[in-house]
Each structure stands twice: as structure tokens, then as C-alpha cells.
Design a protein around this ligand. Structure first.
Ligand SMILES: [Zn+2]
Length: 398
């Protein structure tokens, strides 16, 4: 048995996973999540996952109150053109397997209801959702959507007696510590009903253009392969029909690898593609090689000027873990998410961007935002028109 293992394989219970990497991810002060974890792999299940010491209850608390999916900076609800395109493509894939516009659809982890809105606009009258975050639920209901507040793991009980033609978990399963309740979703499927699970695709993880270890953060604690999803489906008595590629295009035009597993009862299982763990090992080797190179900041920071760090999210966590941010000079972290403001991060306050900028008029700003960092310049110009602010960006060594 692996010494000090916190989390046996969530699919098969294997207590001897292979250790792939040790990750350091310092957390904001109110976070119930651990400041790092071992990334391990069950080669039998072809599943990589975080050996997280936190419990499912810790993750539940985080997604109820501290995550980014419900508030004004929420993601995944069609907040920009790229996310709208993602939702339309998702709806296209789902629609192909639906019996009609009155199909009963359940979106588990629906956030502020982006997918439900798109389905509603296409004429689907029986689509509903479930999300743990009260802010996301309120935002969805404000749009007239049928959304309940509750944990994903509560869905088999909450919807007992109802039969759905389609149950969707889109970018949800990689966030779940405990997977033992997922097989019970098959009790909620109508005859011919389908389960659709979309997740990041570890076969597509690349160091370019993302920082090393980009795909491993506090939230993504499972890295499913088609084989791993196939095991999950089998434990629910379902057979996978297809594993379509679902690569996302982000707002800066870069791509994010993702795929889906679509399963139903009694269909003939399609064969799972080749194993993902070998590709993940070579990605991690590449990350380790790059992480050894010094991180470059352009233009270089002035030595004697205080520093504001824009972003207290996953990338800032990873950079702090690598000691890449000159913490002694940091006056504050700026973050637009109200549920992060008022906490501390590595001992420094997290404040609203407008607050931090006005309190530190001479500070230089280090942008720690992995997607579209240069749009922060426009945001700062809007917050303090006419003020010349020294902006600095992190660039990967080439
Ligand atoms: Zn396993």
C-alpha cells in the first residue's frame, strides 16, 4: 500500500496507485481545500487523480460558497462569445440523441444555467438543473430556469421517481472527490435515456501555450480517460456509445482539450481508445523540465516598488507554490470575485481591484491570469483612467 494514501482509486478502490507528481497549491485563507496534493494514477482504471486529504464535505463547502461559478465573475454560463459557442456546440451534441422537444433533461452542476438557457432557446421545455452554489441557483432562477439547489451527490435522492431522457454532467465529474453515488444515476434514466459526461481530456494536455502543470489545480482532482469513464458507466450498468472529442476554444483563441462519454442501457459498447496514463507521464516529464527553468516577468519588475498581483486563482496558487512571486514586495492580491475578497493569500490581503489600485497608486501590477492576460490592461485603464500604471506579465521561457 502507498504510505499515507488519502484517497484510494475512486473507481476501483485500488490502494497502490502510482505516484506521478507532488503539487504545491497554496490556498486563500478561507479555503477548505489542501495546499497541495500528490497526483497519482490507477493504471488499471487508466485514471489519474489527486490523492487529496480533504473530504467530500470540504469540497462541498468550497463549491457552495467559495468557487467561481455563481457570482458576477462566474464562468460557464455563456459569459463571453467563446463560452456561448461552447454551449451551442454542447447543445448540438446533446440534441442529436434526444427524442423530441419535450425530452426530460437534467443538467447536474448547471452553474448559472448557461446550457439550460441555450436548450430553452432551442425549444426544449423540460430541461432542469441542479447546482450547489446558492448564487448560481439565484442567477439561473432570475432567468426563469428550473434549477434546484443541491449537491450533485444528492441527485439520485432528490429526483427519485423521475425519469430523464438525458442526464448531463458537463465539466463536473473532474471536480468530485467521491464517485460512489454516480452509478445510481442510471435509476433516473428513462428507457433509452442517455448519460453524458464531459471532462478535460488528459490525452490533449500540452505545455504550449499553457504554464507547466496548468491542468492540475485545486478543483480538477480527477483526470478521466475514455477507459476510466467506461468503467464508471459499467458500474452503472450502462454501455458507452461514443467518446466524442469536445475540444474547447477559449476567449483568447487557444484550445482546451476535452472529450465526452455518452452511455445508455443496452447499447453495444464502443471500444475505448488507447490508454491515457502513458501520455500523461510524458506531459508531466515535460512540465518538470520546464518548471526547472526560471519564470520570466516582462518587463522586469522594479526592485523598490510595491507590487499588486492581479489574480488569486489557480495560476497564482501554482506560482506561489514554485516561489515565483516575490512575496516580500506584494502589497495585496487583486481579484474580482467577491467571495475571495477579504481573505488572505500567502499572508497578503485579497482585495477588489479598484480598492487595491486606489490604495497603492504607485504599485506595479503583476498579472497572474492564464487566459487573456492582456485584457487586464484595458480593465485597469477603465478603473483608473489617465493613470500610468506599470504592468508586468509572466512569460514562459522558450
Ligand atoms: Zn482504479
Amino acid at each position: 500500500m502507498l504510505p499515507d494514501l488519502h484517497r484510494p482509486c475512486p473507481l476501483c478502490g485500488n490502494r497502490e496507485p502510482e505516484v506521478l507528481a507532488q503539487l504545491s497549491l497554496p490556498q486563500p485563507s478561507h479555503s477548505p481545500l489542501p495546499p497541495g496534493y500528490r497526483l497519482v494514477a490507477c493504471t488499471d482504471c487508466d485514471l489519474a487523480y489527486a490523492d487529496t486529504p480533504a473530504s467530500q464535505a470540504d469540497y462541498d463547502r468550497y463549491y457552495q460558497h467559495l468557487a467561481k461559478y455563481g457570482g458576477p465573475t462566474g464562468t460557464g454560463a455563456g459569459q463571453d462569445a467563446a463560452d456561448m459557442r461552447r454551449l451551442e456546440q454542447l447543445a448540438d451534441r446533446l440534441e442529436a440523441g434526444l427524442p423530441g422537444k419535450d425530452a426530460a433533461i437534467l443538467d447536474i452542476g448547471c452553474g448559472a444555467g448557461g446550457l439550460l438557457q441555450v436548450l430553452g432557446a432551442r425549444g426544449y421545455t423540460q430541461a432542469e438543473g441542479l447546482d450547489p452554489d446558492p448564487a448560481a441557483v439565484a442567477a439561473a432562477r432570475a432567468h426563469g430556469l428550473a434549477v434546484r439547489a443541491g449537491l450533485a451527490s444528492e441527485s439520485p435522492g432528490l429526483y427519485a421517481g423521475i425519469r430523464f431522457d438525458l442526464i448531463v454532467l458537463s465539466h463536473v465529474a473532474e471536480h468530485l472527490r467521491d464517485l460512489d453515488w454516480l452509478p445510481r444515476l442510471s435509476t433516473l434514466l428513462a428507457p433509452g435515456g442517455r448519460l453524458y459526461i464531459e471532462v478535460p481530456d488528459p490525452r490533449g494536455y500540452r505545455c504550449d501555450p499553457r504554464p507547466p502543470y496548468y491542468y492540475f489545480d485545486s478543483e480538477h482532482i480527477n483526470h478521466f480517460s475514455p477507459h476510466a469513464l467506461g468503467r464508471l458507466f459499467a458500474s452503472a450498468g450502462l454501455a458507452p456509445e461514443a467518446f466524442p472529442d469536445c475540444t474547447l476554444t477559449l476567449s483568447d483563441g487557444s484550445t482546451y482539450p476535452a472529450f465526452a462519454g455518452i452511455a445508455s442501457m443496452g447499447s453495444t459498447a464502443c471500444p475505448a481508445p488507447a490508454a491515457a496514463i502513458p501520455q500523461l507521464r510524458s506531459y508531466l516529464n515535460n512540465c518538470a523540465a520546464r518548471a526547472h527553468q526560471a519564470i520570466q516577468i516582462h518587463p522586469p519588475l522594479a526592485e523598490d516598488t510595491p507590487l499588486l498581483v492581479w489574480g488569486a486563482g489557480s495560476w497564482a496558487q501554482r506560482l506561489l507554490g514554485q516561489n515565483a512571486i516575490p512575496l516580500a514586495r506584494v502589497a495585496a492580491f487583486l481579484d474580482g470575485a467577491p467571495n475571495k475578497q477579504g481573505q488572505t493569500f500567502a499572508g497578503k490581503p485579497i482585495v477588489a481591484p479598484a480598492d487595491g489600485l486606489s490604495r497603492h497608486p504607485n504599485a506595479q501590477v503583476l498579472v497572474c491570469v492564464a487566459v487573456n492576460p492582456h485584457q487586464i490592461g484595458a480593465e485597469i485603464a477603465r478603473l483608473e483612467p489617465g493613470h500610468a500604471r506599470s504592468l508586468h506579465f509572466i512569460t514562459e521561457p522558450t
